[in-house]
Ligand binder design. Structure first.
Ligand SMILES: C[S@@+](CC[C@H](N)C(=O)[O-])C[C@H]1O[C@@H](n2cnc3c(N)ncnc32)[C@H](O)[C@@H]1O
Length: 158
């Protein structure tokens, strides 16, 4: 498979996974967090799929399209660990979290995801779903939507 095909399949899995999780948490109260705002693509998609929910965003910097800049009150700017702690301290709990940290150094990305997993779990409401680009620990794995090959994108129940 070419790198272009691989990239496209990952983005399709990301989009389809978010769509599936957004429908699955319809009856679960809570906010949403995009962990890794980046260019704001997934934040914008979450906003489109989950109108009426507060959508927090975490990143160490803002590098998104101006149309995709979250309101200041929902933007947690800094390292993911402390920002997850800050989110937990607000008392808000998440019905859906999307974890999208990582830059392609697989070992480092997997290690960071494992280290951050307890802090991700701490912001979730029971029954909430985490959609993740990286493997997380301490959450219950879900099969996710049909059509996404196992391992391409990851799904967990809090
Ligand atoms: C793959 S990009 C996110 C892409 C984004 N979801 C989108 O759709 O445009 C990863 C982002 O995570 C951020 N990041 C990576 N590690 C981080 C960390 N430890 N704390 C805070 N932000 C981090 C990077 O600055 C980068 O913007």
């Amino acid at each position: 498979m070419s790198r272009l095909d691989s990239f496209l399949r990952r983005l399709i899995a990301q989009r389809d996974g978010i769509d599936w999780a957004a429908a699955a948490v319809a009856g679960v109260p809570g906010d949403v967090v995009d962990i890794g705002l980046g260019y704001g693509r997934t934040w914008d998609h979450l906003r489109a799929r989950l109108p009426g929910r507060r959508i927090w965003a975490i990143d160490r910097r803002v590098d998104c399209h101006p149309d995709c800049r979250p309101p200041e009150a929902d933007l947690l700017l800094g390292e993911a660990g402390p920002m997850l702690d800050r989110l937990a301290a607000t008392g808000a709990r998440m019905a859906l979290a999307h974890y999208d940290l990582g830059f392609g150094d697989e070992a480092a990305d997997v290690a960071e995801a494992a280290a951050l997993s307890p802090r991700v779990a701490a912001v979730m409401t029971p029954g909430g779903i985490v959609v993740s680009a990286q493997p997380l620990t301490g959450l219950s794995p879900l099969p996710g939507p049909a059509g996404i090959p196992p391992g391409r994108y990851l799904f967990y129940r809090a």
